[in-house]
Design a protein around this ligand. Structure first.
Ligand code: PEP
Ligand code: MN
Length: 353
């Protein structure tokens, strides 16, 4: 992908770039009151959903084009840049006409290549930054593909928004972060700015601050946060919105680490990691050697390879041991599952010789 910096007029290129505003534009008063307070706290980019993708019909599906002049007023009165979600070519046309400075594509739309292609066609020849949320399902290729379609339409100022992935299981999150997916996105496209959307990941306001910090610790470039002048009375996503004052407080507490001045210490620490990895490989190869000897023994004594009691014992013991040492027991179990699989494979080779 051929990418360029977002280069937003009047917005300093610093980390984190903040986009804030209500989930939905509801009334002119709500939009303007939220916007003015956010602007007074130094927010430079204002978001509000005009067209809302709702799970079921019959709820509030966005104010529609009636809200566009309110966004225009935000821009004129506060100087903030304005952005909204587009899901159809008609949205694109109306949003551009209303003077949007940036557009974003929602998680339900980015999951649909037909819809993405329609949007890309509508954006052909338009010079506007576009942020693409991850698709609702955890599919990195689909996310990249959605951005590629926009890029092929000639848009070079593209950003990604990580808003988490839906899951049938009940967890503390509304949408599972699955951090390894945006991390892999960073590895694949290092030039692409990544925003985090703690509001839609968390689904509740208590999770906004820790999620913002996590995103910053992972080196993300920006945050898009839902903020409403009266969150409890919001017409959509009430539980996850925060007042502009609370947003300002959350941002003031963020610790922003850079990776610049510490490269020397880092290379020393990386040497130590390499050393540990080498020792791990040596140990693993020793373990496999012993395992092959056990294989020989089993062959001579006509025993089955898989002794399930022993296997469960290993998984339980190592999982518990890991937890005591501060490593997630599931993670330890997964590692030992893979090691065991390879052991079984090596013993099979011996027995079938
Ligand atoms: C939103 O940003 O309000 C929204 C609808 O988000 P998502 O597409 O991530 O669900
Ligand atoms: Mn929302």
């Amino acid at each position: 992908m051929e990418l360029e910096k977002l280069n937003l007029p009047g917005v300093e290129d610093k980390r984190p770039l903040i986009i804030a505003g209500p989930c939905s534009a509801e009334t002119e008063e709500q939009v303007l009151s939220t916007a003015h307070t956010l602007a007074s706290k130094g927010v430079k980019i204002f978001r509000a959903g005009i067209w809302k993708p709702r799970t079921k019909p019959g709820g509030f599906e966005g104010i529609g084009k009636e809200g566009l002049p309110w966004m225009k007023r935000v821009k004129e009165e506060t100087g903030m840049l304005i952005t909204t979600e587009v899901a159809t070519p008609a949205h694109v046309e109306q949003a551009l006409e209303a003077g949007m400075d940036m557009l974003w594509v929602g998680a339900r739309t980015s999951a649909n290549p037909f819809a993405m292609q329609d949007l890309a066609d509508a954006l052909q020849g338009v010079d506007i930054p576009v942020l693409v949320k991850n698709p609702v399902n955890p599919d990195l290729e689909l996310w990249i593909g959605a951005m590629e379609r926009i890029n092929r339409a000639g848009i070079k100022r593209i950003g990604a928004i990580h808003r988490g992935f839906s899951s049938y299981d009940k967890t503390i999150y509304r949408n599972l972060p699955q951090w390894h997916i945006p991390i892999e996105l960073r590895r694949r496209l290092p030039e692409l700015p990544i925003f985090s959307d703690p509001s839609h990941i968390g689904g509740r306001r208590e999770l906004v601050a820790p999620l913002c910090q996590q995103a910053m610790d992972l080196g993300f470039d920006g945050l898009i946060i839902e903020s409403h002048c009266n969150p409890d009375a919001a017409w959509s996503d009430a539980k996850q919105q925060v007042t502009p004052e609370i947003l300002d407080y959350i941002l003031s507490l963020l610790v922003i680490r850079t990776d610049k001045m510490t490269t020397e210490n880092l290379s020393e620490l990386r040497k130590q990691i390499d050393d540990c990895d080498n020792k791990l490989i040596e140990l693993l190869s020793k373990r496999m050697r012993i395992s092959r000897e056990i294989g020989m023994y089993k062959k001579e004594h006509n025993m089955t390879i898989l002794q399930t009691d022993r296997y469960s014992e290993i998984l339980e013991k190592r999982g518990a041991q890991g937890a005591l040492c501060g490593i997630n027991s599931e993670c330890v179990k997964n590692i030992f599952e893979s090691i065991h699989e390879e052991s079984v494979h090596q013993q099979m080779e011996i027995i079938n010789k």
